[in-house]
Design a protein around this ligand. Structure first.
Ligand SMILES: Nc1nc2c(ncn2[C@@H]2O[C@H](COP(=O)(O)OP(=O)(O)O)[C@@H](O)[C@H]2O)c(=O)[nH]1
Ligand SMILES: [Mg+2]
Length: 458
């Protein structure tokens, strides 16, 4: 392939910057710009780092730095690659890149290095996608998840199921072609059993997608309750800094304040809202409307109550609202101000209403905040599987695997109905979906679309 060049490190000033070249002629092109003090680039062994000066096309020194030579196929892209490390000056980087382009390199397109790695078989498509997702990770959980997927956790599972289907198909075809002879190595009941095992493994992965989205995209969450119960204090305690204004004046929060925060490995897009109550104040009224809209729009709700207040008519109203919300949302009842005296057993009251996530905290002192983390995590029990990478967090992979599961279901029905020909077609279709998921059989359009979303230099 033609040689491409781009800045691989982030733009802007830095201690060092790395410019990456990849392609057939990259050592030759790099040699025109990078002048080693000792060993020539063309004599370098793979993974060897060489010190030298970097010059423009006029022969004038731009910088000094290091060049690392990677020889095909032992490089990220699988091609000959040279990485030039220089001082992290945006002007210097621009001069070096210009010199490389004048020497025959072309500017890399977005994601072109990773695309070449995929095309050359260094990464399957799930691993290539994990590269982009790893760089975009916003939490340690997301980072661990994609680090494991970059090592091939999802790709391996998909490949194993595809290989198993291929094996089962071969056996089924033998049975169809020679029904009277004992050509099949897998008896019919075993075939169904093994197909069911494939389905279960894939289904476990597709079921994890909601957790994957909660880790990466985030969960819309609302903090609701009566005025002065400590909703804004809770937001601030979760964020670790004072974002919302906290006062003892009811009606302080009038608009919805939204921030992202990682709680128990899950990303919450958290909205602090105005207290829900009857009011004549025009601005506050709009605030209350917005609180209700935020509640409707969220899938996780923190219902905050002040335990120093007894449950009265207003509290009952909020509790009723939360009982309704529980139909289609995850609800956590937060019993706040646990540092204060209380004359009532609030926990029992909410238990009797059917709530099972009730946490006692003091948003002011931070006491019990870890219980909120545990309550959030409990809604996503497979979040710990993120460490092993066995959580799906990619829409394309999810769509392909969901279709594969449905095809296997159809194949199982066809086998039950003693129509093995139909079962074969369904299994072929499932196989096609799996090969698309790991990229072994995928259209160029899909591949181009994936890498177009990467940055230049990746
Ligand atoms: N003692 C105590 N006071 C709290 C706690 N949380 C909030 N407050 C106080 O309650 C008042 C209202 O808090 P705020 O967060 O503005 O409530 P909001 O109206 O629901 O947003 C403020 O004076 C806070 O300092 C808590 O856990 N313990
Ligand atoms: Mg408030």
């Amino acid at each position: 392939m033609h040689t491409i060049a781009a800045l691989a490190t982030a733009g802007g000033k830095g201690g060092i910057a790395v410019i990456r070249l990849s392609g057939d002629d990259c050592i030759e092109i790099a040699s025109k710009v990078f002048k080693p003090f000792k060993t020539k680039l063309c004599d370098a062994q793979s993974n060897m780092q060489i010190y030298g000066e970097i010059v423009g096309s006029d022969g004038v020194r731009i910088d000094t730095g290091l060049a690392t030579v990677f020889r095909a196929p032992h490089s990220y892209t699988g091609e000959n690659t040279v990485e030039i490390s220089c001082h992290g000056s945006p002007v210097g980087v621009s001069l070096i890149l210009t010199a490389l382009f004048e020497s025959g390199a072309e500017h890399a397109l977005p994601g072109e290095y990773t695309k070449r790695a995929f095309v050359n078989g260094k990464l399957d498509l799930t691993q290539a996608e994990a590269v982009g997702e790893l760089i975009d990770a916003e939490s340690t959980t997301a980072h661990k998840l994609f680090s494991a997927q970059l090592s091939g956790s999802v790709g391996k599972l998909v490949r194993e199921q595809a290989d198993e289907i291929t094996h089962l198909l071969a056996s089924l075809y033998a049975y169809i072609d020679y029904p009277d002879e004992d050509m099949t190595d897998i008896p019919e009941d075993q075939l169904k059993e093994r197909l069911l095992t494939i389905k279960k493994k894939l289904q476990k992965l597709t079921n994890s997608y909601s957790t994957g989205l909660a880790i990466t995209e985030g969960v819309k969450s609302a903090i609701v309750g009566l005025p002065n119960t400590g909703k804004s204090s809770l937001l601030n305690a979760l964020l670790g800094f004072d974002r919302a204004i906290v006062t003892d004046i009811a009606g302080t929060t009038r608009d919805v304040v939204t921030e992202s925060v990682i709680v128990g490995g899950i990303k919450l897009c958290l909205s602090d809202t105005a207290g829900l109550h009857e009011t004549d104040d025009t601005v506050e009224k709009i605030g209350v409307e917005r609180s209700k809209a935020a509640l409707d729009d969220s899938s996780l709700v923190f219902g905050v109550f002040d335990v120093s207040e007894n449950v009265g008519k207003d509290e009952e109203e909020i509790a009723k609202l939360l009982v309704d919300a529980k139909e289609d949302k995850n609800v956590i009842v937060v019993l706040n101000k646990c540092d204060k005296n209380t004359s009532q057993n609030h926990e029992e009251y909410f238990k009797n209403l059917g709530f099972d996530k009730i946490v006692s905290v003091s948003a002011k002192s931070g006491d019990g905040m870890e219980r909120i983390e545990d309550a959030v995590k409990a809604f996503y029990p497979d979040v710990d599987s993120a460490m092993g990478g066995e959580i799906l967090a990619n829409a394309r992979q999810h769509s392909a695997l969901t279709k594969a599961v449905s095809d296997i279901d159809k194949a199982l029905v066809a086998l039950e109905a003693l129509t093995p020909d139909t079962a074969c077609l369904d299994m072929e279709s499932a196989l096609g979906e799996l090969l698309e998921a790991d990229g072994r059989q995928v259209s160029e359009e899909i591949v181009n679309n994936i890498f177009a979303h990467f940055c230049v230099g990746k």
